[in-house]
Design a protein around this ligand. Structure first.
Ligand SMILES: Nc1ncnc2c1ncn2[C@@H]1O[C@H](COP(=O)(O)OP(=O)(O)O)[C@@H](O)[C@H]1O
Ligand SMILES: [Mg+2]
Length: 251
């Protein structure tokens, strides 16, 4: 047991792609605790995706460390990484669902890290997992569509499947890389409501990259802003001034 709620930490994080002279992120020092709802802001190219990918081990750091519950991990430690990823549910802008499968089958793919390939292929899920899938589909209001093919759904519905697939793992950390970027404002808001509800009910640490300052101001308990790979703001939403908003997006 940890004596505090510190879950995720990146220390002196730096990522440089290929032979580029300019790092995608650098001098990043962030500690995240359970219960925080963090929105990461910054214009395209600021380093948001790179940051979130380092947190769940999809992207190795060029320098620095990432740790989960005080356990440092790197891409070289496949087994440790697999265990850590099980605790992290992730949703993406383009859903990354399997179009020809049903809503329910897509949700089950969230459990693949927990089963053998054999079980996965045969669709051998336990009763507990089945009832959990139902409960989660209910939570994201998709139960009536559970047998429908994902490619017949709207953008907002697809993103709800993405959320359900992430939640079925019972993650401690919920990560999103611009999950509402391709949705209209009303649908985007609805998706954020669902994420926030799950976040609160399950006591998660949630970190979401978002382009919309409005959504961040409305939902986040903490906002991190990146500019040219550096953290230029890390505070409660109330302290994000208009000037800083302008400078982030150079409006
Ligand atoms: N796979 C990659 N290879 C090379 N450069 C990359 C790659 N991914 C991102 N970059 C560069 O890293 C910087 C940060 O990108 P990214 O993390 O995608 O920012 P954001 O998500 O905020 O748009 C940009 O300059 C981008 O061009
Ligand atoms: Mg991005």
């Amino acid at each position: 047991m940890l004596c505090n709620d510190e879950l995720l930490k990146i220390t002196n994080g730096k990522v440089t792609y290929g032979r580029s002279d300019t790092p995608a992120i650098h001098d990043v020092n962030l500690t995240f605790t359970r219960g925080e709802f963090v929105c990461v802001l910054g214009k395209t190219g600021a380093g948001k995706s790179t940051l979130i990918r380092t947190l769940n081990g999809l992207q190795p750091l060029s320098e620095g460390t990432v740790s989960y519950q005080n356990q440092t991990y790197s891409l070289k430690e496949a087994e440790a990484l697999r265990k850590i990823r099980r605790n992290m549910g992730m949703i993406f802008q383009q859903h990354q669902l399997i179009p020809r499968l049903s809503v329910l089958q897509n949700v089950y793919t969230g459990l693949f890290g927990f089963h053998s390939t054999f079980q996965n292929v045969l669709g051998l899920f336990t009763d507990v997992e089945k009832s959990k899938a139902r409960q989660i589909l209910e939570q994201v209001e998709l139960l009536p569509l559970q047998h429908q093919r994902v490619d017949s759904l709207s953008g907002g519905q697809k993103q709800r499947v993405g959320i359900a697939r992430a939640l079925i793992q019972s993650p401690e950390v919920f990560l999103g890389d611009e999950p509402v970027a391709s949705l209209d404002p009303g649908t985007a808001d609805r998706i954020f409501q669902l994420i926030k509800k799950a976040h609160e009910e399950q006591g998660l640490l949630t970190i979401i990259n978002v382009h919309s300052v409005k959504l961040a101001l409305h939902y986040a308990t903490r906002i991190i802003a990146l500019k040219e790979g550096r953290v230029v703001f890390d505070d409660v939403p109330e302290n994000l001034t208009e000037e800083l908003q302008d400078s982030l997006y150079e409006r």
